[in-house]
Design a protein around this ligand. Structure first.
Ligand code: PXP
Length: 261
């Protein structure tokens, strides 16, 4: 099949992590967002966590005011976050699970067990004109449930695949890629827009970028880490090039970096 254009959403959470380490204003995550866009990011992602450990309310306000590219507001489906999101009206909200003790988001949302809690949250966000995405495990029944919940977008959790790449476990890599490919194909066939993310780096991104139904990758930690050595501009350009190369190797033309509406 013909590949969709592949967008890059840059997650700037960890610029805020460094800023907060000293309690001041430097480095400014909004400055990082502007630089990432100049380097080829199609959108910016930021996760406002319940404990405000990195991104803070004022960061979301400034991102919403200043960005000319889509803002993807990652959040837990709590009343507080839904209140903030429906007031700010970002382009998109990606609903994620959130545990206080976790270092980062661990696993996809349980949208099957949590369907009744999520249904009104999805409805409220959609009524505010926000494109809702569910961060989920790459499984067929999960795609069906996302569709039934009337979420227009799913973001496939790539963390398990990325762990397999880091461990050099070829059997697990093949298994996890097959899960991602199957879920992406099935999800797209029932009308979902497919995104993917978590843990992606230069080593792991190619085969995921090659999955033709995937329209967007959201990447943070590896990019901000590389930016320490290369600068953010070069880190984003390098990731963009690796994504485009992954797609090209799948036999499709390289995707232009168009932005979502
Ligand atoms: N997508 C989602 C839903 C996430 O929660 C995260 C981490 O905040 C990412 C993508 C980006 O993951 P990473 O920082 O590992 O690239």
């Amino acid at each position: 099949m013909t590949s969709l254009p592949l967008r890059l959403g840059v997650n700037i959470d960890h610029v805020a992590t460094v800023r907060n380490a000293r309690g001041g204003v430097h480095p400014d995550p909004i400055r990082a967002a502007h630089l990432a866009v100049l380097a080829g990011a199609d959108g910016i992602t930021a996760h406002l966590r319940e404990d405000r450990r990195h991104i803070r309310d004022q960061d979301m306000e400034r991102l919403k005011r200043q960005l000319f590219v889509p803002l993807n507001f990652e959040m837990a489906a709590t009343a507080e976050m839904i209140g903030i999101a429906t007031r700010l009206r970002p382009h998109a909200c990606c609903l994620v699970p959130e545990n206080r003790e976790e270092r980062t988001t661990e696993g996809g949302l349980d949208i099957i067990g949590g369907a009744e809690h999520l249904r009104p949250a999805i409805g409220e966000l959609k009524d505010a004109g926000i494109r809702v995405s569910l961060f989920v495990e790459p499984e067929i029944d999960v795609m069906d449930t996302a569709c039934e919940l009337k979420a227009p977008v799913v973001e496939l959790h790539t963390g398990t695949y990325c762990e397999a790449v880091a461990a050099g476990d070829e059997v697990k890599i093949a298994h996890e890629l097959a899960r991602l490919r199957r879920a992406a194909a099935h999800g797209a066939s029932i009308g979902l827009e497919i995104h993917a993310g978590h843990g992606l780096d230069l080593q792991s991104v190619g085969p995921v970028a090659a999955i033709p139904q995937i329209a967007e990758l959201n990447i943070g930690h590896s990019l901000i880490g590389e930016a320490i050595f290369l600068g953010l501009d070069e880190a984003v350009r390098g990731m963009r090039a690796a994504m485009d190369e992954g797609r090209r190797q799948a036999g499709s033309p390289a995707a232009p970096g168009g932005t979502a509406p």
